[in-house]
Write a protein that binds this ligand. Structure first.
Ligand SMILES: [Zn+2]
Length: 639
């Protein structure tokens, strides 16, 4: 029973809300950036196709380039660009004649923009109730990781200030843009990075939400919603890498962290929960460090201590490298403290050291005997660093030029533990649901400038109308599917399936039972693909024809899968193939005759045995229920 009571003071009400919502209590903020490659016929600014080549395909040529940081529109040189220049790496671009042209290599001005990609983007903007830009102006966004031979990527703002409703919450979607996909990494390491340009320039839609997503579960639902909208356009690429989700999030007293490259939708909430725990643990560590009056020492060259060491990772570098170490007073036990599954404060510090090229660090919370350090070495190290048994240290070994910088980076990160959570970009590792420091600094706003090679594009009334017409509509689609199939799970699967348009075509054009059609399209065809049948090569018209044969009782239910498996191997007309393969359904008078013959030849056996014998031979061409009716003497019914 509801009892009327006096309104609580604001503060108390707030506190009560927090009890039921831990994420609100921790000041949780989260936004998503979803990047989706479009399945258009051509790339965004040239006529190359948009398929991504198999990694085993060899390039016909390659070009090598170095890049230099330049000032952006606002006159400032991007920090990340500077960082890249310091690394002085060369970039090698693999060229594939079928999928790369002079536009991709920045040797020829861009062609006219791909109208198909623009149309898809506009329909998505329309679906999210966005304000559309009247005059779309391509911009150049500086790319400093070398993934574009031109050192910029073209991007166009298409829609602003939209929103979606997910789990009865309104989530703001402030931006939709259309841009060029970057090159794919072929290989990296050493002084050069190799990129594959087949992927470069494929249209990519980016959808950004506001940071007002209230909790991890909603974040996952939002990603699923936007992913569904994208798929309902029927014009997006599928498979690994074709959709990438970036998250940015923070909690009170933590920091804004961007997590890049979550590919599996199912992991989004896990990644967020882990990041929350990581930030909470770092905040807890900060408090402990403050309580123990902790401090970080300066890097010292400790090479002489290890001249005759048996520690493999150090021995390897002793000849032509160096060993550095620094003290961490008051850190005891905290370097090895697990802040995320299998990730420690030591791991975080190690991520920073690795940015300078070293393989990692050794810290005093690790099992030093396992490394085969001697007691003397450790004692000498503590003496040089002027620390006691109760203090910690970090050792870094590597090439002389790397090890000094690695020590500085590690010290920077260790000192940050005293302040809390550093603002950074982290990379998602899908298989383990953990993140690690992205090995380059965050890019900044100074990397945008206008593209002068392309004139702005006016978004006409007609284009807006076409966009509204083509709008993907989740509610409408769900309602339609619910009228066809019972299970919500199947409705959900169909919504996300690339075969949704095919499902609708079959259901509209044949009398086949929609539940059966869904089973074949969602399960059987996937099984066939896994068993090596090239189901994706089958023309949709032929699939519709197969279902028409089934609906007209010309083939059995069991034969449908068999027929689909045969089509990629056999050319020619479907009817002729079915006849040749003995797959046409045996029914009515023909089946009756068959049953009579079997009955005569097998006198005295039970109906069940008779049924089993007939089905063993005619599994694909006899319908089980029709056979049952005949055996029970009920005559034959052909539906
Ligand atoms: Zn091209």
């Amino acid at each position: 029973m509801m009892v009327a009571r006096k309104a609580k003071p604001e503060k108390e009400k707030d506190a009560r809300a927090h009890e039921s919502d831990p994420y609100k209590a921790m000041g949780f903020m989260c936004g998503l950036e979803i990047h989706q490659r479009l399945a258009t016929r051509h790339k965004l600014f040239c006529s190359c196709p948009t398929n991504v080549l198999d990694k085993s395909i060899k390039p016909e040529a390659n070009i090598e380039r170095y890049q230099r940081a330049v000032a952006g529109e606002l006159g400032a040189v991007d920090k990340s660009a500077e960082f890249e220049q310091l690394r002085h790496r060369s970039f090698v671009y693999n060229i594939f004649n079928t999928n790369t042209c002079l536009v991709d290599c920045d040797e020829e001005p861009p062609h006219e923009m791909n109208r198909e990609a623009l149309g898809i983007s506009l329909s998505l903007a329309s679906a999210m109730g966005m304000r559309m830009i009247d005059e779309v102006q391509p911009m150049r966004k500086g790319v400093i990781d070398g993934s574009d031979p031109s050192a910029f990527q073209r991007t166009l703002v298409i829609g602003l200030d939209g929103s979606i409703k997910v789990n009865s919450k309104t989530i703001k979607v402030p931006l939709l843009s259309l841009e060029e996909e970057s090159s794919g990494i072929g290989s990296s390491g050493g002084a050069s990075v190799v990129y594959n340009t087949d992927r470069l320039g494929i249209p990519l839609v980016e959808i950004d939400t506001d940071a007002d997503i209230p909790d991890p579960k909603t974040a996952k639902a939002v990603a699923l919603y936007i992913g569904t909208l994208l798929r309902l356009t029927g014009k997006v690429q599928r498979g690994i890498g074709s959709i990438r989700q970036d998250l940015n999030m923070s909690i009170r007293d933590g920091a804004r962290v961007e997590i890049k490259g979550v590919q599996e939708l199912d992991f989004i909430d896990k990644f967020i929960e882990n990041e929350v725990k990581r930030q909470q643990n770092l905040i807890m560590i900060k408090k402990k460090l403050a309580a123990s009056n902790a401090s970080v020492g300066k890097a010292e060259n400790v090479t002489p201590i290890f001249l005759s060491t048996s520690v493999d990772v150090i021995k390897y570098h002793i000849k032509d490298g160096a060993v550095f170490a620094f003290a961490l007073k008051g850190f005891k036990g905290l370097l090895g403290f697990e802040i995320n599954p299998n990730r420690r404060l030591g791991t975080e510090i190690s991520d920073y050291a690795k940015m300078a090229g070293v393989h990692g660090i050794i810290h005093s919370d690790e099992d030093l005997q396992k490394y085969r350090f001697t007691g003397e070495e450790i004692a000498a190290l503590r003496r040089q660093l002027r620390i006691s048994e109760n203090d910690s240290f970090i050792i870094i070994a590597g090439k002389p030029e790397e090890v000094e910088r690695a020590s500085q980076l590690a010290i920077w990160r260790a000192e940050y533990a005293l302040k809390g959570v550093p603002k950074e970009t982290r990379m998602a590792h899908d298989n383990e649901n953990y993140t690690s420091k992205f090995l380059r600094p965050l890019p900044t706003g100074s990397r945008m400038y206008p593209e002068t090679d392309i004139r702005p594009i006016f978004i006409t009334k007609e284009m807006r109308a076409a966009a509204a017409e083509a709008e993907p509509n989740i509610e409408k689609e769900r309602k339609y599917l619910k009228s066809k199939v019972k299970a919500d799970a199947v409705v959900g699967q169909l919504m996300l399936s690339p075969r949704l348009p095919l499902f609708k075509a079959i259901v509209e054009k044949t009398k086949a039972d929609p539940e059966f059609v869904a089973t074949v399209l969602l399960q059987k065809m996937t099984e066939l693909r896994r068993s090596g049948v090239d189901v994706d090569s089958i023309d949709e018209g032929r699939i519709i024809e197969v279902f028409r044969y089934y609906a007209d009782a010309k083939i059995t239910k069991q034969a449908v899968q068999e027929v689909l498996a045969l089509i990629p191997k056999e050319n020619g007309e479907l009817g002729a193939m079915l006849l040749k393969r003995g797959l046409l359904r045996l029914k009515g008078a023909d089946l009756k005759l068959l049953v009579e013959n079997y009955t005569k030849e097998n006198k005295g056996i039970s109906k069940d045995d008779l049924r089993a014998r007939i089905m063993a031979k005619y599994r694909l061409s006899v319908d089980g229920s029709e056979l049952n009716s005949l055996l029970e003497g009920k005559g034959t019914h052909v539906h």
